[in-house]
Each structure stands twice: as structure tokens, then as C-alpha cells.
Write a protein that binds this ligand. Sequence first.
Ligand SMILES: [Zn+2]
Length: 117
Amino acid sequence: MLTNKGAQPHNHLHVKKGDTVIVLSGKDKGQKGEIVKAIPKKMKVIVEGINKVKRHTKPSQKYPQGGIITRESPIGVSKVMLVCPACKKPTRIAKKLVNGKYVRACKKCGEVIDESK
Ligand SMILES: [Zn+2]
């Protein structure tokens, strides 16, 4: 297998907004959620319901009482794995050439996960 080190664009993530992923490690291990935000520069993603942290807030217009709010905090992309929308299994990404363009495909069932835009 070719390693192709350095060939990938630096800010490329294997997952993106809207993908369902499963958490591989940490306190949310085994949980699934949808990516609500990808942060390619930091190689991190924010996943709905995952890695929630409590934050103390001062009273503000939005939270007149102040107090504790919970919100998702970014986690490293290496800690998540894409869940294939077709076979529902956590999978690695295969690249498939379709109509002259590379698209992401499931390594397990071969289903194309998205069309490149
Ligand atoms: Zn699949």
C-alpha cells in the first residue's frame, strides 16, 4: 500500500458536516452523533451530543440566571470514525473514481457516501 505522505492537502478531513460518526475513545466511546461542525485547521470536529462540557456562565441576555450550561466541545478527528449511511457500520473511507471525480465510499459495503461537489 502506498502511504502518499504529504500528498493530501493539509486541511483535509475524512469526515465533514452532516456525517454520522462513532466515537472511538474517551468518555463518549461507542456513542454516535452527527457532525455539526468541522474544523479542518485544528483537525477537529464538533459532534452533536458528544464531548459535552459544562461551562459556568455569568448572567447575560440569553441566560438571565447565569449558571451552568453544557455544550459540545471539539474532539480530534482521529477519535471518530464514519458510520456508513448504507450499511450502518463504522468504516474507513475508500476513494472511488466516479465520472472522473473521487468520491468517498464505504470500505465495507462499497456504497458511495457522497458525491463530490
Ligand atoms: Zn457501508
